[in-house]
Write a protein that binds this ligand. Structure first.
Ligand code: NI
Length: 162
């Protein structure tokens, strides 16, 4: 199973459209969003995805949360409070917005932790757990934005610049 990873998209609608295009062309099976969607119209822009999107709310999603929750019911979209833990193909994932939430207990129960908030690429192994953040998704400079991919079979990641 191939998972597409994005986050901190804020209100860059042009980038969100591009992100949907990239994930659709790669036929990902699921998309993870690490939070900071900010406005309902930005969440709605993910309707273009051909697959389900799941994620967590970030610090910039608190003000409009009520409307974000309502918007999420319009399509195959499931957002949760962080940390959100789920298992897919026997791999334990934790999605968080804030990396400072990573602690011993989270590392113990997660094979993979995906986070956002920093807008910076990060890929490292901490106590056998893969920590991954593909990086900037809302930047204005073409080619400086990134989304990520992870295979649940190999846990191999890839970063796509756009
Ligand atoms: Ni944030």
């Amino acid at each position: 199973m191939l998972i597409g990873i994005t986050g901190d998209t804020h209100n860059n609608l042009k980038n969100i459209s591009k992100i949907c295009e990239i994930f659709n062309s790669l036929h990902v099976d699921l998309v993870i969003h690490t939070g900071d969607i900010t406005l309902p119209k930005s969440l709605r822009a993910f309707k273009d995805l051909n697959t389900k999107i799941i994620g967590v709310y970030g610090n910039n999603d608190q003000e409009e949360k009520k409307d974000l929750i309502k918007t999420a019911t319009e399509f195959d979209c499931f957002f949760h409070e962080e940390p959100y833990f789920f298992k897919i193909s026997d791999v334990s994932f934790t999605i968080i917005h804030h990396p400072e939430l990573i602690d011993h207990e989270m590392l113990k129960v997660s094979d993979v932790i995906i986070h956002g908030h920093t807008h910076k690429y990060r890929e490292e192994i901490l106590k056998e757990t893969l920590i991954f953040n593909p990086g900037e998704c809302a930047g204005l400079l073409k080619g400086k934005n990134k989304v990520g991919l992870i295979s649940t079979e190999s846990l191999k990641t890839e970063v796509i610049n756009f």
